[in-house]
Design a protein around this ligand. Structure first.
Ligand code: NAD
Length: 370
């Protein structure tokens, strides 16, 4: 099999879908790995390091020519893949709900699109789950970026010149990113509290040494370990809870997402106005519509003296580690299904049907077909 990896072309994308480590492992399975020259540059991986691992480097056309499998972070334009084998697999992030047109183009091009964000939340797929690996790093980076904008320190400090108070940090949404945000803010010395709409997260919050802040009856557990949307009544209850708590916070990190929907608004302009000047809000959902009213991707918006910020692509701010984990997710995925006799991967129904968007010229995914 020929496995191809192109340089990422999306704006602001710094990651790469393979590393020298995964190149070696794929070659160990009997494959040829082709990489576009410069693909690893923004993730601090040189062409020489890839070549040493056994990859063949070339331009985009040579890289995809006759490829059986193309690996990406974000799915490349289908036009770039014209030279790949008919029916070639493309495993990457497809953003399928927002980028329906791209999915159609992939179908028409006869490619088999495998959407890594549709990986089911089952134990055996954990090591293949790019949403988890990238969210974890994003939660960490969000706290560091917020700390950098914050004009005060995180830990309490007793100095000869007097005491510096510990910062209060509130994490809203305690999935993978939120848990890492809690852990990071704790390590920096902040007093941390957190909330979610899935009740099981309360124990996870306290086990990290943070305070769980929950409104009674505010439960919205959806399918597959994800959250569901709140009813209007629940939204009002949550708003009341947030209003009470947020005025006392110095830092707020929001991470709330609902699959297939715009991110829920958790912090309104009126609530921001109750916070102290100099406070910082990092909106990790800014690229999905935003949890915070008025947040803008890649800008620090000052509202009522509060800095509201968020990155359009947070893992891209940790390109080397994010690439290393993303590349391993790809390898763990393909190698788990490797059929040694056939010399290629054979997907099973549970995972294959969940992530396959297109095949044989058609859009085939149940979630997309409604
Ligand atoms: P996510 O990114 O979809 O959402 C982030 C968090 O926001 C979630 O905890 C969600 O409950 C919360 N949220 C949604 N609406 C909210 C609201 N109105 N107010 C407050 N919080 C709100 O979630 P995620 O990080 O992908 O993780 C979801 C769950 O799936 C976690 O329990 C995680 O451990 C689990 N998970 C399992 C696997 C696996 O088994 N393979 C892999 C990854 C994650």
């Amino acid at each position: 099999m020929k496995i191809a990896v192109l340089k990422e072309r999306a704006d602001g994308e710094t990651r790469v879908a393979a590393t020298p480590e995964t190149v070696k492992k794929f070659i160990g399975l009997g494959n040829e790995v082709a990489l576009e020259e410069g693909a690893g540059a923004t993730a601090s991986i040189t062409d020489e390091a890839f070549a040493e691992a056994g990859a063949i480097l070339g331009d985009a056309a040579a890289t995809v020519k006759d490829a059986d499998i193309v690996l990406g972070v974000q799915a490349p334009e289908a036009a770039l893949l014209a030279g790949a084998k008919p029916g070639a697999w493309v495993a990457a992030l497809f953003d399928p709900f927002q980028q329906g047109e791209r999915v159609e183009v992939y179908a028409k091009a006869g490619l088999e699109a495998l959407s890594m964000e549709f990986m089911p939340r089952i134990t055996r797929a954990q090591s293949m789950d790019v949403l988890s690996s990238q969210s974890n790093l994003a939660g960490y980076k969000a706290v560091l970026a917020a700390a950098d904008e914050y004009g005060r320190a995180f830990p309490m400090m007793m100095t000869a010149a007097g005491t510096v108070q510990a910062a209060r940090c509130f994490v809203m949404g305690v999935g993978v990113a939120g848990l890492q945000a809690i852990a990071t803010a704790k390590r920096l010395g902040a007093q941390v509290s957190a909330t979610d709409v899935r009740p099981e997260t309360a124990e996870q919050i306290t086990s990290l040494g943070a305070k769980a802040v929950f409104a009674e009856g505010l439960e919205a557990a959806g399918e597959g370990g994800y959250a569901a949307e709140l009813t209007d009544e629940q939204k009002a209850k949550q708003a009341e809870l947030v209003s009470e708590h947020i005025a006392k916070q110095d830092l707020v990190i929001t991470t709330a997402l609902i699959p297939g929907r715009k991110a829920p608004v958790l912090v309104t302009d009126a609530q921001i106005a109750t916070m102290k000047p100099g406070s910082v809000i990092f909106d990790l959902a800014v690229a999905q519509g935003g949890n915070v009213e008025g947040s803008k991707p890649d800008e620090v918006v000052v509202k009522h003296g509060v800095k509201v910020m968020g990155f359009s692509n947070t893992p891209a701010h940790l390109a080397a580690d994010a690439s290393a984990l993303f590349a391993r997710n790809h390898f763990n995925f393909l190698s788990a299904f490797w059929d040694k006799e056939a010399g290629k991967p054979q997907l099973d129904e549970e995972i294959g049907d969940a992530i396959r968007l297109t095949k044989g010229g058609e859009v085939v995914n149940a979630r997309l077909k409604g």
